[in-house]
Design a protein around this ligand. Structure first.
Ligand code: G1P
Length: 278
């Protein structure tokens, strides 16, 4: 494989307000809400590391400083617990910090996921990259992480890849929904995609979840993408332009995904990880 096509960077859009979790998210970024003792964003960063990425590019916004502090050394705290029985509690986070670098940019206005990803161009540059939406928490107890599975698909097809799962028809209006032609088990070449369609307009029940691999031409497409659903610049609309050229693969991953952007999904994830660690 050409060295330049290796995926080295993972982009985390993390500027959203998290209004569904108020009052918890009044002063705390929603990405920092913990499932058990670990913030959502750290699960995402660990998934990116497991998929071989060493640069975490985080698109933040006002009120998100806790994210930068989290992925840094806390001298006072570390000094306080050094040599005590509590030292191990920080070890996992320190391991993460040592395995990768973090860079940040701010999205000043909330104009949609497509706009957030475009804001990250300055951190990503001209190379293919991954995107993780930290409130979609994924786990594959049996093997490779969802992002690692997607890297293998990218290496084969060398185009954008979106992770999809089947959802009940009545839920299509919560997701980007794809349609296309099955070319292998669990692999569809996408020829249509619609952002949050009503069930009667949905082209299928295959919903995009918060994991993407994008080729860098997406940035130029996003610059031309007009506001779509909800008046926001949608990554789904930009991806449709690539899909029309046969350059988007939808991948039905192995593993579980929790919608931690909703209270129900958050509680489900908490129970799942609690039972897993017992
Ligand atoms: C975003 C995307 C949507 C995708 C979803 C996955 O929506 O716009 O296409 O299906 O993430 O979580 P959001 O959940 O930010 O409204």
């Amino acid at each position: 494989m050409d060295k330049s096509s290796k995926i080295r960077k993972c982009l985390f859009p993390a500027a959203g307000y998290g209004t569904r979790f108020l009052p918890a998210t009044k002063a705390i970024p929603k990405e920092m809400l913990p499932v058990l003792t670990k913030p959502l964003l750290q699960y995402g960063v660990e998934e990116a590391i497991s998929a071989g990425m060493g640069t975490m590019a985080i698109v933040t916004g006002r009120g998100k400083r806790a994210i930068e502090d989290h992925f840094d050394i806390s001298y006072e705290l570390e000094n306080q617990i050094q040599g005590t029985s509590k030292e191990y509690l920080l070890r996992e986070t320190r391991d993460v910090i040592e395995k990768c670098t973090f860079s940040y940019t701010r999205q000043r206005e909330m104009k949609g996921l497509g706009h957030a990803i475009l804001t990250g161009e300055t951190l990503v540059g001209d190379e293919p990259f991954a995107v993780i939406l930290a409130d979609d928490l994924c786990d594959n107890a049996e093997g490779a992480s969802v992002l690692s599975q997607m890297i293998a698909v990218y290496e084969k097809y060398q185009c954008s890849v979106v992770a999809v799962e089947e959802v009940p028809k009545e839920e299509t209006k919560k997701y980007g929904v794809i349609a296309g032609e099955a070319i292998e088990t669990n692999i569809v070449r996408v020829n249509d995609m619609v952002e949050k369609p009503d069930p009667q307009d949905a082209p299928s029940n295959l919903a995009i979840i918060g994991r993407y691999i994008l080729t860098p031409d997406i940035f130029d497409i996003l610059k031309e993408t007009k506001p779509g659903k909800g008046g926001e610049i949608q990554i789904t609309d930009a991806l449709l332009a690539q899909a029309k050229e046969g350059k988007v693969i939808a991948f039905q991953f192995s593993g579980k995904r929790f919608d931690c952007g909703s209270v129900d999904g958050f509680v489900e994830a908490t129970n799942y990880f609690y039972n897993k660690q017992k």
